[in-house]
Design a protein around this ligand. Structure first.
Ligand SMILES: Cc1cc2nc3c(=O)[nH]c(=O)nc-3n(C[C@H](O)[C@H](O)[C@H](O)COP(=O)(O)O)c2cc1C
Length: 254
């Protein structure tokens, strides 16, 4: 089974229920190699933790949001500043989509887990920003988790709303690749589904801006949104990379 990144975007949801099945060793191995690759490329400090003992989960999630044991998780550690957090979002989303492509259920989790149940390597000047539980989703998601997601997703913004009002074009006449990029951002995860970034389109160039500031996780969300947009744009035939930072421009590949 091989999934494209666009297919992984369409498949991904925040999975908050897991079956009592440890993650396959071969899958873990592939994810470990991917974590090493991302850390090497971006200077991040992502880590993978797992348990193969039935009845001995690797992390305890908050029972108010999650059900079932979690036998493996990624600890997303990076520097304690907005630029590092944006990078963590960008590369963390690459990791999440890789895990989805390998058949796993995942969720970005900044707060609803028991921090006392894990021990993570956090260096000087670093911070554990999020954990990503990894496991197998039940055939049928329990009603509680379906309701949780529906409740949070009810606040979805409209695609048109993602086009910043300082743009020089209307949504309806945007190039296909920009609309596909926006759709990918909308489908992507963000902390409490705030969807805090806009796309500014001017003189044929798309940039990403934070329109809603909160407790700081908007930079995490911006990194995620940049990766999601890139995959959407590439799917519509325009591969490219965003510059870093608030207001960073999308630069199409030559
Ligand atoms: C940075 C970040 C932190 C998050 N923290 C939590 C969390 O602590 N608990 C939780 O249940 N979901 C958390 N989420 C998941 C969001 O609620 C979810 O992505 C959003 O509601 C959109 O739903 P979806 O991912 O199912 O499409 C987080 C997401 C992000 C991006």
């Amino acid at each position: 089974m091989s999934m494209t990144e666009w297919e992984a975007i369409e498949k991904r949801i925040s999975c908050r229920a897991f079956t009592d099945r440890p993650v396959d060793p071969a899958v873990l191995e592939e994810l470990r190699a991917y974590v090493d690759e991302l850390n090497g490329e971006a200077g991040l400090h992502f880590q993978l933790y797992s348990s193969d003992r039935p009845g001995k989960p690797a992390i305890k999630m908050a029972a108010s949001m999650f059900s079932g044991p979690v036998y493996a998780f990624a600890a997303l550690v990076a520097g304690d500043d907005p630029a590092s957090l944006e990078k963590l979002g960008y590369y963390g989303e690459k990791f999440v989509l890789k895990a989805v492509g390998l058949g796993l259920g995942t969720c970005w989790v900044a707060s609803t887990y028991d921090a006392g149940s894990i021990s993570v390597d956090v260096g000087e000047g670093e911070r554990l920003w999020d954990v990503v539980p990894l496991g197998y989703a039940p055939e049928k998601m329990p009603l509680r988790q379906t309701m949780t997601r529906a409740m949070i997703r009810k606040r979805d913004r409209k695609e048109e709303a993602f086009l910043d009002s300082a743009s020089d074009t209307e949504y309806g006449v945007l190039p296909e690749w920009v609309r596909k990029g926006i759709l990918a951002v909308l489908k992507g995860p963000s902390a409490i589904n705030q969807q805090p970034v806009n796309i500014l389109y001017r003189d044929g160039t798309a940039s990403m801006v934070v329109w809603k500031h909160g407790q700081g996780l908007e930079f995490n969300d911006m990194g995620i949104a940049k990766r999601q947009f890139e995959i959407g744009a590439a799917e519509a035939g325009v591969p490219g990379r965003f510059e870093w930072g608030d207001g960073g421009r999308f630069v199409p590949e030559q």
